[in-house]
Ligand binder design. Structure first.
Ligand SMILES: *Cc1c(COP(=O)(O)O)cnc(C)c1O
Length: 466
């Protein structure tokens, strides 16, 4: 209960209107909007009321220049964008919460070039007539993958929804119980099938599904056999599933289709860089998949996008589906996607030019050199100590879940802060830094930190301890 004293003080708190009309209030209103100033004043009053009720505060001089400075500082904080460039020191390369794939320089330049003026997005320069936005990536995608045709949409979830809605609405989609996947962020394959208007026919078991299980479920209502790449998990041990080519043959013998959602969809064979073999887009198409979907911002290393590849007739039907307009890709993503795809065309080496592939394949010693550089910068910051250690990075983004990529981390200890407090302050710095805490120590994995980010990273650390 507030004592008699603080009750009197509570009565002395200014009314917002009067405070706004004061000289200081008017000054602030010249620089910020009325609404913003009133909001900050209200927040200060609420805080004061709470403190006074608990009996532990004095009244400030509301109209003093010093107090106005305090309000102004809060107003400026409110103006900083909540959406900021962030340093990813988690070692998880395709980190969904941190925006997945950082783009290649060429893709960034393409976005800038497209955004800064008009473009021939839907204009055919040869004829001067209306053209299709999809043609800007068509020949790149078909040449790189061997697919007959392609169309791209907003993301892979949209690609699955659109493809299924086009080929299986009001019909049946047969899927293995081992592939009823949840991708994360509430994207569940059974829900997407339901939204597409197709009826899901589950076959097999969690660990084993045989070709005969699919065959037994075929009916005159079957529109598609649906294979889903279990991106973010593996079932190991007593398991079985038919080869993609066998599924394709079964589908075609029964005048139906095989569709595969690859999700992570790589255009390069990562097993050559020592990682387990994630299925490639080309391999799936060669096995006879009729429609294939994958993400633009996972292993491909491009912008958010959903890529649909497949037979020309099917892609034509998809292009005529009115849903396409609702799910379409915007011009900036399209520009970045085209630029990213060009980095896969020889003689370009995607491992050199696409950041996601560069990070996945960078060897430990090379990551270690950035770790040592950070350590040297750390030595100049009093109150912090660091040590370089071996650790493990992950590809993330629902790809290669079993692959442990050897990396180098800097373990950081602050004299006066717990690891949790240090991590919190790093998140609050001008360029937020995200690391990971293990055994009560903050770990910064340099695999996902670019060389040009090291000075900002050191600045954030210095800010955190001062
Ligand atoms: C990630 C993933 C998706 C969703 O992709 P978005 O581009 O995030 O929409 C769909 N299917 C699979 C198998 C995935 O791994």
């Amino acid at each position: 209960m507030p004592g008699a004293m603080s009750k009197d003080l509570l009565k002395k708190l200014p009314a917002i209107d009067k405070w706004l009309a004061s000289l200081g209030g008017q000054d602030l209103c010249a620089e910020f909007s009325h609404v913003e100033v009133a909001e900050v004043m209200r927040a200060h009053l609420t805080e004061l009321r709470r403190a006074l009720t608990n009996g532990g505060a004095e009244l400030p001089e509301f109209e003093s220049p010093e107090y106005c400075m305090l309000l102004r500082a809060d107003l400026l904080k409110g103006r900083i964008s909540s959406f900021r460039r962030t340093i990813n020191a988690t070692g998880i390369i395709i980190h969904t919460n941190l925006g997945r794939a950082p783009l290649a320089d060429e893709a960034i330049a393409a976005i800038e070039n497209t955004a800064s003026g008009y473009s021939n997005l839907e204009l055919d320069l040869d004829t001067g007539k209306r053209g299709s936005r999809y043609r800007h990536v068509e020949s790149l995608l078909t040449r790189l993958t061997g697919a007959e045709a392609t169309v791209v949409v907003n993301n892979c979830a949209a690609a699955v929804l659109l493809a299924l809605n086009t080929v299986a609405k009001d019909g049946e989609a047969i899927i293995s119980r081992g592939e009823l996947v949840e991708i994360g962020g509430s994207f569940r394959i059974p829900d997407v099938i339901a939204q597409s208007g197709a009826r899901m026919i589950e076959v097999g078991t969690t660990n084993k599904t045989h070709l005969e299980d699919y065959a037994a479920a075929l009916s005159e209502n079957t529109r598609v056999l649906l294979a889903i790449h279990p991106s973010n998990f593996r079932v190991v041990g007593f398991t079985a599933k038919p080869k993609l080519a066998a599924l394709a043959e079964l589908a075609h013998d029964n005048e139906t289709l095989l569709m595969e959602d690859l999700g992570s969809g790589s255009l390069v064979d990562l097993s050559v860089s020592g990682l387990s073999s994630e299925p490639t887009v080309q391999r799936s198409l060669a096995a006879g998949v009729d429609l294939l979907t994958f993400s633009g911002d996972k292993l491909l290393g491009g912008p958010q996008a959903g890529i649909i590849l497949g037979r020309a007739g099917l892609i034509d039907s998809i292009k005529r589906n009115p849903l396409l307009r609702a799910l379409r890709i915007d011009k900036l993503s399209l520009a970045a996607l085209a630029a990213t795809l060009r980095l896969y065309v020889p003689p370009n080496d995607p491992y050199e030019r696409v950041p996601v592939l560069r990070m996945i394949s960078e060897d430990q010693a090379s990551v270690g050199r950035r770790a040592s550089k950070l350590l040297r910068l750390l030595k100049k910051i009093p109150g912090l100590t660091g040590v370089v250690k071996d650790d493990i990075s992950y590809s993330g983004g629902g790809s290669l879940p079993m692959d442990e990529i050897p990396t180098k981390v800097v373990e950081i200890r602050a004299e006066r802060l717990t690891a949790t407090e240090l991590a919190k302050r790093l998140r609050a710095s001008e360029t937020p830094v995200i690391g990971r805490i293990a055994d009560d120590v903050l770990h910064l994995d340099l695999r996902t930190v670019l060389a040009r980010e090291l000075s900002d990273l050191a600045a954030a650390l210095e800010q955190a301890v001062t």
